[in-house]
Design a protein around this ligand. Structure first.
Ligand SMILES: [Zn+2]
Length: 280
């Protein structure tokens, strides 16, 4: 399950409440070769040993990235855009076998990560943090779609004008005008806005841009308030309560608004479900 902005916020807030002042006793990585090959885990696994005896001092997040700050100039940078599960355990009991990362604290509790797709687990010294690609991408000037009062509709519209591109490219990935969204949020937002997934942003009239902006805020805020998407498990193993209005869960179903059969297309490296009648 991809960790997008709402789930990142939920996890980061829970981690802040749970982890501050905890001291690291042990760090262990498992089954990490694939992630390491693409640069998502330190090339030198020994780098993680630098976290031992460090205390968690603060925690920050933006978009889909969580930045855990320790004393002794150490940091842990995490990104689960392509699928990850972050869990806390008070004791070793109940920790699943299939994991990639296990941080043990001196009080006997654990922080565990299981990546289900590619994602970053990186131990970095203070001067290395800002060189990490996902950190640069999300801790950037690109606005976050919710939680920032200066991200107005006018600003959004202006940003859409700077790049004339497909609506998916405008909301997800490298060229996006906002941080923190993946394919899952994209499908929900444009369904709610009544926009076809293949539209180019240069063809969007004012009212359509407004619909995208409002839908984005509504969907994301709703997800934050309901503890995340229904397949998302939080730090304590609680499932979210938000059922996506569009996505794989709508496969072979009909549109609740118009009754048309939901269709699926391959689009920019992902499957996109949409209503052929409501989304034009
Ligand atoms: Zn419809």
């Amino acid at each position: 399950m991809s960790i997008e902005l709402p789930e990142t916020q939920i996890l980061a807030e829970q981690m802040t409440r749970t982890f501050l002042e905890k001291k690291v006793k042990s760090v262990k990585l498992y089954d990490y070769k694939k992630l390491q090959k693409v640069g998502f885990i330190n090339r030198r696994i020994k780098d993680f040993d630098k976290l031992i005896d460090c205390k968690i001092k603060s925690l920050d997040y933006r978009g889909g990235v969580i930045h855990v700050k320790f004393n002794k100039k150490m940091n842990l940078v995490l990104c689960g855009n392509y699928g990850a599960k972050y869990r806390y355990f008070e004791t070793e009991e109940g920790i699943p076998k299939k994991i990639h990362f296990k941080l043990g604290f001196t009080d006997g509790s654990y922080f565990v990560i299981r990546q289900s797709g590619m994602g970053l687990i990186y131990a970095a010294e203070d001067n290395e943090v800002s060189n990490l690609y996902v950190y640069k991408r999300d801790f950037s000037d690109t606005p976050a779609p919710v939680g920032e009062h200066d991200f107005t509709f006018e600003r959004f519209s202006e940003l859409l004008d700077t790049k004339k591109q497909n609506i998916k490219a405008a909301l997800v990935g490298k060229t996006a005008v906002v941080v923190g969204l993946s394919n899952a949020a994209f499908q929900e937002i444009i369904y709610k806005a009544g926009i076809h997934p293949k539209r180019n942003t240069s063809t969007l009239i004012e009212s359509e841009r407004n619909n995208v902006y409002d839908s984005m805020k509504e969907i994301l805020n709703e997800r934050i308030c309901s503890g995340g998407k229904n397949k998302f498990e939080d730090l304590f193993g609680e499932f979210g309560r938000h059922t996506p209005v569009m996505g794989p869960n709508m496969k072979d179903k009909t549109c609740p608004q118009c009754g048309a059969t939901i269709e699926k297309i391959a689009h920019s490296g992902g499957q996109v479900y949409f209503c052929p009648r409501c989304q034009v």
